[in-house]
Design a protein around this ligand. Structure first.
Ligand code: NAD
Length: 286
């Protein structure tokens, strides 16, 4: 029996509907969530993501403020902008679109974002809070993955969850979130020698390596839940995930597609974090 396809777009639409209502209520109290997006240079993929985030803001009633900087911008100018936005009242959340062009120090800029406006959740305070089990801003992609599991009524408790990838953006926070939900978590990465064996023992397999088709059917246990975080553009121009979807869907019980899986969830969770940020700044959330 082929797997149930997890419709990330539909789940994300449900989350956004809830947020639209919450934003309308906030507006009656004079609170308007606002997202500042800093985009440095003109990387085509980044431009696409930013446009999509800004469009979603508009649809939901979140103000968005676009700061496009040339790739030649100095580190000092970038830091000055972050500092200015930290102190800007109408800006609830600050998103620094990554990767930054070469020469700029990403970590220094990210670390300057006020912990109260860190809607991406990549700053040291946000990640520290997550590891201490007191999260405020959960990184959007891993949070989206958890919401997908929840929506399919898949409880990670007691299950073996395998995460392929250990980045700060996806792999590490996702592993922590699965652990918080009482899964037994194994993190695999580029130096893991027996990837196939470990993946084959997973009840929940999350692929976030950024390698097209790295997860093949022989690496997946029958009945496994497979979440594909990867976004890879192959030579034909097609966007594919890390999972060989066609073969793996015959073995998995649930599988998320690319596109239409984790991607829309990420944006929905960014909007969720922006609303939390607006409430924090209005003093209505502690
Ligand atoms: P990254 O390059 O920072 O990290 C990739 C990780 O995969 C590393 O930890 C590395 O050790 C591991 N890895 C690489 N090759 C491997 C291999 N052969 N075997 C095992 N592990 C391997 O990337 P990232 O930012 O974590 O993103 C991962 C993927 O997720 C990318 O395709 C990215 O485009 C995608 N992504 C999607 C969304 C979304 O919204 N759907 C959001 C963020 C990232």
């Amino acid at each position: 029996l082929a797997a149930q396809i997890i419709d990330g777009k539909k789940i994300a639409d449900g989350i956004k509907d809830g947020l639209t209502h919450e934003i309308a209520v906030l507006k009656t109290k004079g609170i308007i969530p606002g997202l500042a997006v800093i985009m440095v240079g003109d990387d085509p993929a980044s431009k696409k993501y930013v446009a999509s985030k800004e469009k979603t803001c508009a649809n939901l009633g979140i103000s968005s403020f676009h700061y496009g900087l040339p790739a030649t911008v100095s580190q000092k100018e970038l830091l000055e902008l972050v500092d200015k936005l930290n102190n800007e009242k109408k800006v609830s959340g600050i998103l620094l679109q990554l990767p930054l062009p070469g020469g700029l120090k990403e970590k220094e800029a990210m670390n300057l974002i006020s912990p109260d406006k860190d809607v991406d959740g990549f700053g040291p305070v946000s990640l520290g809070r997550l590891i201490m089990d007191e999260p405020v801003f959960i990184p959007c992609t891993p949070h989206g993955v958890m919401k997908m599991l929840e929506s399919c009524e898949i409880d990670p408790a007691g299950k073996h969850a395998v995460v392929v990838g250990r980045s700060i953006i996806v792999g590490k926070p996702l592993s922590l979130l699965l652990l918080r939900k009482n899964a037994t978590v194994t993190i695999c990465h580029s130096r893991t020698p027996n990837l196939k064996e470990i993946c084959a023992s997973a009840d929940i397999l999350c692929a976030a390596a950024g390698r097209a088709g790295i997860i093949t059917a022989d690496m997946v246990r029958k009945g496994c839940t497979v979440i594909d975080v990867g976004i890879n553009i192959i030579s034909s121009g097609k966007i594919v995930g890390d999972v060989d979807f066609e073969s793996v869907k015959e073995k998995a019980s649930f599988i998320s597609p690319v596109p239409g899986g984790v991607g829309p969830m990420t944006i929905a969770m960014l909007m969720h974090n922006t609303v939390i940020a607006a409430r924090i700044q209005a003093g209505s959330l502690t």
